[in-house]
Design a protein around this ligand. Structure first.
Ligand code: BG6
Length: 481
């Protein structure tokens, strides 16, 4: 077997994309698959079979669609044409019935035979959530859930909309596929800076030894977006920020920040530690939560609509577009250290950062300076944009009088490395090499829904905030002094 972890080519396979004509496929999946080819990672062969309802498309028309999606990355037209001609195919599934799936099966067989590929298959469900279960079931019905090689299925988010639906979806998937075959995407885990949290914490003795309630005062995680609902009202109206961002991305960040040392950088070991964190979080109370919804305002100097005026949004919608939340991880390491989570659409800028604020030093010896001049050390991990970190510490300002100033020590990725890979590039590569570390397990997804499901029935008020601000003012009450 090729040594994929060493950066060598991956095993040959067929990558079947359901929803191949959709937005996710065009913007993320097809460009990532082409990039893996360009990097030589799929040099042993990776056929792409696009599957969608559209009966007007055939191989040739689908190749044109793929050309449009990846043209910007191509080294030259001839190279791109050669890749499309050899590796890219299309199969229509107009009704989604069993005959359609038999046709998919036959087509996979033909492609494998033509390209002399072993029966290693990925089924990527870039589909609306309602289609996950029926598609998985149909795959099993026509025998595509197993093969003499390996078979993997990739499920996009959202994975359920509460604990019950997530359990049902897990139960149904497990009837057709083993957990080791299931890859649940949370694209935040594919971000290089998110993966770096493990190295940062566990490869640096100076941080890990301080990473507990004895030294840390509180932790703040912000995932702010400038964008609004961007034409996705149909989905977002039923989701809201709690389901869309908090249950998945922010909760995964909490787990990575709070977990104990895993026994190895391996899926089982890391998932087990993350799960312990998720199960240690105290039930959320009404006073731990502030929900908001943006009204008309100004973002990046331009006037923007309020959420209720966006196309497809109900004029009296109560869907939250921002969440501020305080979580308590009640375990030995973290008891008494609040985790503040904040996310929202139409905030002043795009920013994902984690701020670890350490306890204040016992400063009596500096009694000649005003005590408020002694700051807490803070570690700011910026996950996007301007990826890097800053460690803030106090120094004596030179000269008289005796003054203390807080200054940062910087690290920026773009000063040390080439451009960071796209999350989907990393995640698709991991699917192809069978590494589940960056994917969410059934237990994790259920533990996370178990935490948030009671919140959905709390009927908390949704407070307005003008677009271009950091959310309702009440959210500040949750934060530490
Ligand atoms: C998606 C959410 O999962 O993440 C979107 O559905 C959100 O609403 C997006 O905009 C944010 O991702 P990123 O990578 O731009 O931070």
């Amino acid at each position: 077997m090729p040594d994929a972890h060493a950066g060598g080519p991956l095993e040959p396979s067929t990558f079947v994309v359901f929803g191949a004509t959709g937005d996710l496929s065009r913007r993320k999946l097809l460009p990532a698959l082409y990039e893996l080819y360009q990097d030589g990672r799929t040099a042993h062969g990776c056929a792409i079979l696009g599957v969608a309802r559209d009966t007007q498309l055939d191989d040739v028309a689908f190749r044109d669609l793929v050309r449009g999606a990846v043209a910007g990355q191509a080294a030259g037209a001839a190279e791109l044409d050669a890749w499309l001609e050899r590796w890219v195919y299309y199969q229509a599934v107009p009704t989604g019935d069993v005959e359609d799936f038999q046709a998919v099966r036959t087509r996979i067989g033909e492609v494998e035979e033509r390209l002399e590929l072993p029966q290693n298959r990925v089924f990527y469900l870039a589909l609306p959530p309602a289609a996950f279960a029926p598609t998985a079931r149909m795959l099993a019905k026509v025998g595509l859930n197993e093969s003499p090689g390996w078979t993997r299925i990739v499920i996009e988010k959202p994975f359920g909309r509460d604990l019950e639906t997530a359990r049902r979806l897990n139960g149904m998937l497990h009837e057709c596929f083993a957990e080791t075959q299931i890859y649940r995407i949370d694209h935040y885990l594919g971000k290089e800076t998110v993966q770096n949290l493990l190295v940062f914490r566990f490869a640096n003795d100076m941080f890990e030894t301080l990473w507990n309630r004895d030294h840390i005062d509180h932790i703040k995680i912000t995932v702010a977006e400038e964008l609004g609902v961007e034409g996705r009202a149909g989905y977002y109206e039923r989701a809201g920020a709690l389901r869309d961002m908090v249950q998945s991305h922010l909760t995964q960040l909490v787990a990575l920040i709070a977990m104990d040392v895993p026994s190895a950088i391996q899926a089982d070991a890391i998932r087990a530690e993350k799960l312990k964190v998720l199960r240690s979080i105290k039930p959320i109370g009404a006073d731990d939560l502030v929900l908001g919804q943006y009204t008309a305002g100004v973002v990046d100097g331009k006037p923007v609509l309020g959420y209720r005026e966006e196309p497809g949004v109900a004029p009296d919608s109560r869907t939250e577009t921002s969440v501020a939340l305080r979580l308590h991880v009640e375990n030995w390491r973290w008891a008494g250290v609040p985790f503040f989570l904040r996310t929202g659409k139409r905030m002043p800028k795009r920013l994902t950062e984690i701020v670890i604020t350490f306890r204040r030093a016992p400063v009596w010896m500096f009694r000649m300076v005003q005590s408020e001049e002694i700051h807490r050390n803070a570690l700011v991990l910026t996950l996007q944009p301007n990826e890097g970190f800053c460690l803030y510490f106090d120094v004596k300002a030179p000269g008289e009088p005796f003054r203390v100033r807080q200054l940062p020590l910087h690290f920026r990725y773009d000063e040390a490395f080439e451009a960071l890979p796209e999350a989907y590039h990393t995640l698709l590569m991991d699917v192809l090499r069978g590494d589940q570390t960056l994917f969410v397990s059934a237990d994790e997804v259920e533990a996370s829904w178990a935490l948030y499901t009671p919140v959905f029935s709390m009927d908390e008020p949704v407070l307005p905030y003008p677009a271009g601000t950091w959310g309702p003012e009440d959210a500040e009450k949750l934060e530490p002094r």
